[in-house]
Design a protein around this ligand. Structure first.
Ligand code: PMP
Length: 390
């Protein structure tokens, strides 16, 4: 009997299916708020100027394609530390980590590491979360448990429910948090909420895993990690999974990193050896190009400034779209309190389908929209189409 005949067909990824549908749609007025990539005023996802310059430099300078090793570009990793943890970060002796293929690769390593350390740890997450979180956790063999997070009626975080739930979890469990620009809701914790969370996390001895995939696209590079940095000072152990794919516009180059804070230098060594062992059975070594470009940007003051300026403009464009929507109709008012590319519109599957068929508007089945997918010419027809279905 064939090995393949035992396979069960897997459900298609709803969002990837939507992307294909949108691509096939030949209507000129189509509006894509489904796919999760940043778009400029022309609806185009650009290569950032600093990235282009770094790539050109890389082409000229690089004289070998020989292996770099399982940790990838070490200088890339080291240069990212102050971006994430701040210039005054001092805990290098207990920080391990390495370059990964995107934030997804970092998440895979994070949950592998947790599974290797404690296969009975439950992973607690606020509902809803990025769907791939749950698939990755399940693939590593760990159990995940949801708690209430997003209140669909109020279109905001139900923080009391989050705290109440965390107080019930067992010691040694894991809490998965979005560092900023929550996907899919756009609802981020306030700094005071991060402080309250930190207290429960450290009291209960929970291991926080912070998924940081959109640094700079919420309120700014520093502002977006204020909560994460606070938490990192209250706990002995913490994992950060990082993606450069949005804030450097490197999506297909698969650029990310994992950072693990452990109790001391000794545990750091053991954690690092486990991370390396894990990469060997997944991808052996991460792809170089994207991380090399980021490293060049972080090494060069002028390129760093250019990157920061362009990232700020991207962030401004997203919050500008949020303001335009809220100004056009109070239905969109909650979007002003939300951050980053995503928000959820309270629409039924029928309404979402109607928008696609009648108006060529493509959004995720959950009602999640990519605010950055709207342009000055599409905002108005988008608002009118929504007004018609609600
Ligand atoms: N975490 C979240 C919350 C995301 O939205 C994404 C990207 N959609 C990732 C992680 C993974 O990013 P990458 O493309 O770098 O693997």
């Amino acid at each position: 009997k064939s090995v393949f005949s035992n396979l069960k067909s897997q459900p298609a990824d709803a969002l990837l299916e939507l992307i294909a549908l949108c691509r096939e749609d030949t209507r000129e007025n189509k509006i894509d708020v489904g796919v999760g990539v940043f778009c400029d005023d022309q609806g185009h996802t650009p290569v950032m100027r600093a990235v282009k310059a770094a790539e050109i430099q890389l082409i000229h300078e690089q004289n070998t394609k020989s292996y770099l090793g399982s940790a990838g570009d070490i200088e890339f990793f080291l240069r990212l530390i102050p971006v994430v943890f701040g210039n005054d970060f001092k805990d290098h002796e207990r920080l391990s980590g390495l370059q990964t293929p995107g934030g997804t690769g970092a998440l895979r390593l994070a949950f592998d590491l947790i599974h290797a350390g404690n296969p009975n740890a439950d992973i607690h997450y606020g509902n809803p979360t990025w769907v791939n979180h749950l698939q990755i956790i399940a693939n590593t063999g760990l159990n995940s448990i949801s708690h209430p997070f997003y209140n669909r009626e109020k279109r905001q975080i139900d923080f009391d429910a989050v705290l109440d739930d965390l107080k019930q979890v067992k010691r040694g469990d894991v809490i998965l948090l979005h560092g900023c620009c929550h996907n899919p809701t756009g609802c981020d914790f306030t700094f005071d909420q991060w402080k309250a969370l930190s207290e429960v996390i450290s009291q209960k001895g929970l291991l926080p895993v912070i998924d940081l995939a959109y640094q700079g696209l919420g309120d700014g590079l520093e502002e977006d990690v204020a909560g994460l940095r606070w938490l990192s000072q209250q706990v002995d152990e913490m994992i950060v999974t990082y993606s450069c794919d949005k804030n450097f516009g490197l999506y297909r180059e698969r650029t990310g990193a994992i950072f693990v804070l452990s109790q001391n230098a000794e545990s750091r060594k053991i954690v690092q050896s486990n991370l390396i062992a894990s990469t060997r059975t997944h991808w052996s070594m991460p792809p170089d190009h994207g991380a090399a470009a980021v490293r060049i940007i972080l090494e060069n003051e002028a390129l760093y400034d250019s990157w920061q300026t362009e990232l700020n403009a991207m962030q401004q464009r997203i919050s500008g779209n949020r303001q335009s929507l809220a100004k056009a109709d109070s239905y969109f008012a909650p979007l002003l309190q939300q951050k980053g590319m995503f928000s959820i519109l309270p629409l039924s599957p029928e309404q979402i389908k109607k928008l696609r068929i009648e108006n060529a508007i493509y959004m995720a089945p959950s009602g999640r929209i990519n605010v950055a997918g709207l342009t000055p010419t599409t905002i108005d027809p988008f608002v009118k189409a929504i007004q018609k279905v609600i």
